[in-house]
Design a protein around this ligand. Sequence first.
Ligand code: FAD
Length: 813
Amino acid sequence: MNSSIPTETKVVIVGGGVIGCSIAYHLTKLGWKDVVLLEQNQLGGGTSWHAAGLVGRLRTTNSMTRINKYSVELYSGLEKETGHSVGWKQVGSIIVGKSPERMTQLKRTAAMSERFDVEVQLVGPEVAQQKWPLLRIDDVLGAAWLPHDGKVIPKELAIALAKGAQSRGASIIENARVKDIQYQEGRVRGVVTEQGTIKAEYVVLAGGMWTRELGLRCGVTIPLYPVEHHYVVTETLPGAFDELPVGRDPDLCIYFRGEGNAVMLGAFQNFSKPWLVPKIPENFSFQLLEADWEKFSEPLKNGKHRIPALENARFAKFVNGPESFTPDNNFIMGEAFGLRNLFVAAGFNSVGIASAGGAGKYLAEWMIEGEPTLDLWSVDIRRFAPWSNNVRYLRERVAEVLGLHYQMAWPNREFETARGMLKSPLHERLAARGACFGVKNGWERPNWFARGGLKPMAEYSFGRQNWFQCHAAEHRAAREAVAIFDQTGFSKFVFKGRDVVSILQRLCGNNIDVPLGQAVYTGMFNARGGIESDLTVIRIAPTEFLIITGSSQTVRDFDWITRNVRTDERAELVDITRGLSVIGVMGPNSRSLLSRVSDADFSAPAFPFLASQVVGIGTATVRAVRITYVGELGWELQVPMDQAGLVYDTLMMAGEDLGISNAGHYAINSLRLEKGYRAWGAELSPDDTPLEAGLGFAVDWAKPFLGRDALARQKDAGLKRRLVIFVLQDPEPVLWGSEPIYRDGRPVGYTTSGSYGHSVGGAVGMGYVNHTEPFKDEFIKSGKFEINVSGRNYPAKAFLRAPYDPQRTRILQ
Ligand SMILES: Cc1cc2nc3c(=O)[nH]c(=O)nc-3n(C[C@H](O)[C@H](O)[C@H](O)COP(=O)(O)OP(=O)(O)OC[C@H]3O[C@@H](n4cnc5c(N)ncnc54)[C@H](O)[C@@H]3O)c2cc1C
């Protein structure tokens, strides 16, 4: 590899693990040759070298599966291209299940894999044993066989990728530590190394577990923390051979594969050990942590159960390797918020080898195109706000994260650790009334309220969970009386200044140049017409707007708006999320309730739909906005945090005889699905356009806006996918999202959201239906639709409009 440090380049990549090397490989492949990769020690010596080398293709989302599928494609041809063997073997993988719930999960996985074009066969225990002859199967109920998975030798993978990059002009420099990142006026300018400074247009931080520290040096939030990950390798074991498939027994939290004539046994235990170091040593290269047989005793016991031949095995190796984990088990990619041209690819949560190929490709495309080329929101760096970078928070959370790989993927599973980060001022009041909380972007939000003697603790299952009746009561309260929702987690911004109207007109699809006090529902789109955000914009002064967006999008939306303000434009965006509480008052009795506690006139003529006014609620002063996400008459009250308790108490006291009820986010979900309201992050993403999503009504074609040309082209060409709402005809099953959709027996899409619609009397979901030709409504009306729930197809009624809308006029009255 090269050795001399240049003074200037286009791109500096910090870190020579599989990820940094893959980024160098792909940047050069896409034509950016002026690339310098700096590795503080030797290539692959950080976390990559000791990885188990498992490469699976199937992930939980389409985008992540595309990343891994591409990796497999790349690795299988890399030796031919670079002349360096990466030890790729397509040995396949087998996942065994020993509980009915696990079998249900495997069936759901197999059903989804068809949509992602990944072959998964559900097989019986005997077939599992044929694939892995040393397996004990007397307690195995079945298995999933993935014939195209495989394994690589991770260190060789890093070297092969580096060689590929080098052959196209990249400089790969070892023993070159980056001490500092240089930046000026919000843009990265280069790096400082021990051997000198390199000016660079772009810097990529791919420093594995060291990346958080690198981020701190330039003010970028990269929340990741190392956790110990353990596997052992036996001495030669009769019956073991290198081509054995990768085996997984998630119920026992173990994985295993052949390693020459021995067996490798690894663990994803429910709770793991963060590496408690004050600072990760810089020279930690080709090193391991001390063997921890005590912590490994349970996986070893489980391993001996599943592979009885291990009972008498001797162990040649104990690998205790630290690797970085993130708070949500997804890796971190993309351009840093607030520092242009500083890109990050780190925190790979035990899937860095399997994901390196695709992650490198899509990050390189992101850099070159200036935006992601597929929906990468689940791994986007902008999902993390600075509060999440606290070390104690990270240590607490990552202990839970490693084990998630093998835990049941229960619908609505909530994290158990590091809770209570961001709390609404109503938190204690709601807890006292039986709230069962979930967490979204750090915010504790009531999911549902316990009643009828139930404890506010969710019991997970793929069917109706224990809160089903509580949810039904909350849902009905919003439809038939009045429900109070704590929606404080919403992201909120004030946007003001001389040019604010023209900027928002340019960014928003809808016309926001409206009279004072009016709210507008709109999307913001990228140049491809994809939906970057959907938001409510309220004009509160001639050159001042209040912007409300989803809870998870605070950093992302702030970034999107500010990066699209030109340097000659004058406008200031202020994040007021943590200063303002939002209380939803929803339902047919909401008007009566608000009229009791306020002197304002809430009648339809005085307070029409989409109007907003500053009103008194009891002795507090709030902004009320006549808007609804549940499809009922209602107002969202924007209340200063310090008066939220006062407002809540006033409402609850006044509403008793109006049937007032607390309601949680599960009720919001079912209510909005019945009414056909879309959610960003589920139905709406940068890969979906407003036309496909059925949001054409919120686009004002009479004005120019970002993405308009692409949308106009799509309008002319016709749509090949449309968002459709489904209601299952059997009232029993529940939809959770990610269920395959069939039309006349052929797979056409999968659900993006699901819930139980208590007003329609059945499970309700949404999903995009794909078609080979431009869509006509007839395609939906004439089709016989079914949705696969846990391996069984259920007939579903398809709707292009809300399935529940008897009182549409009531929202507007
Ligand atoms: C025991 C174990 C088993 C695993 N098994 C698998 C598996 O089977 N499949 C799978 O997909 N994943 C697996 N993983 C995870 C995988 O190893 C990681 O996700 C992956 O290696 C991360 O690669 P990386 O390039 O981000 O990090 P690294 O390999 O750590 O590379 C980062 C590099 O950056 C360098 N660096 C840091 N700071 C600087 C600086 N200031 N200047 C210059 N260089 C710097 C470091 O020296 C390091 O070499 C496993 C991990 C462990 C611990």
